[in-house]
Design a protein around this ligand. Sequence first.
Ligand code: PGA
Length: 242
Amino acid sequence: MNLLIGANFKMNKTGAELREYFGTFLSEYSCPSSVDLVIAPTIIGLVLASELAKDSCVHIGAQNMSSEISGAFTGETSPLSLREISCEYVILGHSERRTIFGETDELVNKKVKTALVHSIRPILCIGENLNEKEAGLTKDILRVQLEKWLSEIDNTTGIDIAYEPVWAIGTGKSATPEYVEEVHIFIREILGQRESRIIYGGSVTEVTAHELISKREVNGFLIGSAVLDPRRLIKIVEEATR
Ligand code: PGA
């Protein structure tokens, strides 16, 4: 199974900045065959990113997607439009979508199903918040999230699971490698026969990548802050594959 390394740009980078980023990245990245590298720019940056990544080893991902295909859904993005521009992945269930934009369990589940129907690979983000962690509820929370968000989905081969503890996102405080390993083993147990990559997200950097990836059941990363610099993304891939 290839490692999955996802770069979530969040609401960063204009078109001009994307051009500069891809210019540097594509001229210096060595494209290791053991890595599926996904760049997820803003929705408006997707068309340009898709053009810039054409004929390269870089895959393009969206940060969000509608659960519907077409119709009166102001401000939403259809999976059909994503397919049209060769967008192969979509990040779903991200904690920022859930906490800031109020996405519900039902909506996340519906989006996952819609993505699968349209052959867009969901990167499904699960994770506990700080209160839940401190109350010792991490595993219960993850179990419920997986049950609800994968409800009525038997085959998860086309889905990647990102374990992103909310308290580690954008805080500079990554979970420890031991903690990540314990949780990933737990997630693997819940998934049972269902095949999915399990990747970790939450303040991953070029300094922490190697140790984290050496832990059991860590199949890659989803990264925000550190990958806004193309050379740091290259370094993270190097550290993950050495
Ligand atoms: P971070 O973001 O690397 O800045 O913690 C990760 C994410 O939100 O996916």
